[in-house]
Design a protein around this ligand. Sequence first.
Ligand code: 3PG
Length: 306
Amino acid sequence: MGTILLATEKPFAAEAVEKIRTVVTGGGHQLALLENYTEKQQLLNAVADADALIVRSDIVDADVINAGNHLKIVVRAGAGYDNLDLKSASANNVVCMNTPGQNANAVAECAFGMMLFMARKQFSGSSGTELRGKNLGIVGYGNIGRYMAQIGRGFGMDVYAYKRNMDRLAMEIDGVTPASSFEDVFEHCQYISLHLPSTAETKGVINYHLLRLMPKGAMLVNTARVDVVNEDDLLKLMEERSDIQYVSDFIPKQESVFKEKFAKRIFYPAKKMGAQTEEANVNAGIAAAKQILDFLDKGIDTFRVN
Ligand code: 3PG
C-alpha cells in the first residue's frame, strides 16, 4: 500500500477530494491530505512519507523533490506544469505528469465570464458593448483554445486562432479562421485570449510590438500565465491608449500600478480562478489519481512530461 499525498494550497471542491479518495483507496492505496497550507515547510513535512504527490499550482521545487524520500511520481492536476522542477525530478527518478484538457472548459468559461463582465462595464449601470459580431483571437489553439472557439461561435463572434505548427484543416472544421501570425491576431481581433504555456520561449512574448496593433476598444484576456505578457509593455500601452482593457484570472505582478492607474479597465480575482469549478476539480483530480495508480501498478506513463 502506498501513500498518495494531495497537497493543494488552493483546495479542490470537497466532492472532488472524496472522489479522489475513492479512486485511491479502491486501488489499495491511502490518501493523505494537505490543504490550505501556508508554509513550504508543511509541504516538505507531508511529502516525506508520500509515494506519489498530486498538486495544482503548488510549487514543487528541488527541496520538495528531495524531501520526498519515497516519492516516485508527481502529477500536476491541471495543464500547465511550470510549477514543477522537472530537472530535479528527473535527477531523482521522479516521474512528472499533467492532466491535459481536464480543466479546459472551466478556464474557457472563466475567460468568457470576465469578457462579458468587462464588456458590460462591470454591470455598473452604464451601457456596455456586445460580443456578437466581434472578432475573437485565440493565441495557442489547444484544449482550452478549442473550448474558447466553441463558446465564441455560440456568442456569434468570428473566431481566429494562431498556433505554431497549426493544423489549418482542424481549425477550419471547428469553424475557426487560421491566422497567419501573432500579429495577424492582434491586428484584427477586439478580444484576444492567451492560451500559451509558460516556457523560456513564451516569457514576455506578448510585447509592445504586438499590443500596439490591437484595434480600438480591444481587450486582452490572460488565463495563461502572468509571465507570457510583458507587463511593462502592457502598462505603457494602457498609458498611451485609454481604450485598452486587460483581464486575467490571476493577480498581475505589478498589481498596485494596474490598480492605481487603470482600475476601471482591468479585472482579476484575488486567487487564480480559471480552473476553480467542481467539475474541473473532479475531472483533473480523478485523472491525476488514476494516472498515479496506472503508473504505480502497471508502469504506464502516458502524459509524462519529464
Ligand atoms: C492549469 O494550468 O491547469 C490552470 O492554470 C489551473 O491552475 P490551478 O489548478 O492552480 O487552478
